[in-house]
Design a protein around this ligand. Structure first.
Ligand code: HEM
Length: 165
């Protein structure tokens, strides 16, 4: 049987580090980080789902896919930077509780899945976007990527909320 006791030990070390104690004990810091985390989620998930809707055909005859991706995806990237920064900072203060939660592997796994889907979309079907930019149905592979994107990000939001309970 594999010895996995190092994992809770590692989480305890993170939580008891100077930085972890500072995060946990500084008045009002945790709720401020949590609020910024939620703002980051809005910046990340809102534009991502708007792109997904365009790929599914919303405003197909009016807005080119390349315009939607050019202007909305950079906002999603800022949102991801905000959630990663605030999330890792909160994590350092509550590493043991959050790290041992049943929702933690779901949240991490779904974030990885969302990232792989983005990489597969941009490295794959998106290379042919000029052929279906405007007033053309998007290819089925782009539609599948958009459904996967919207469902994985929604799943991360659910897993995030479950972390607290
Ligand atoms: C590097 C990535 C991330 C890390 C390390 C992280 C970490 C955390 C931590 C530590 C909490 C607090 C849990 C608690 O206090 O019990 C939290 C809450 C949450 N996270 Fe994240 N997170 C990350 C990314 C995301 C993303 C990408 C989303 C959504 C798309 C998300 C959605 C949520 C939600 C909905 C909550 C609960 C907010 C609330 O209760 O008001 N997180 N996260």
């Amino acid at each position: 049987m594999m010895d996995t006791s190092w994992f809770p030990d590692l989480l305890t070390t993170i939580e008891r580090s100077g930085f972890g104690e500072w995060v946990r004990l500084t008045p009002h810091l945790y709720p401020i980080l949590m609020s910024l985390h939620v703002v980051g989620i809005a910046l990340l998930v809102g534009p991502a789902i708007a792109v997904d809707l365009r790929l599914l055909g919303v405003a197909r005859n009016v807005v080119p896919v390349t315009v939607v991706t050019r202007y909305l995806l950079p906002i999603s990237h800022v949102g991801f930077a905000v959630v990663a920064l605030t999330g890792l900072t909160m994590f350092s203060g509550v590493a043991l509780t959050v790290g041992m939660s049943a929702a933690a592997p779901w949240k991490l796994g779904l974030i990885i899945l969302a990232g792989l889907n983005i990489a597969a979309f941009h490295g794959g079907i998106y290379r042919t976007v000029r052929q279906w930019d405007l007033a053309t149905p998007t290819p089925i592979r782009a539609k599948i990527a958009s459904v996967l994107s919207a469902s994985t990000w929604t799943g991360v939001v659910f897993a995030g909320r479950f972390l607290a309970y």
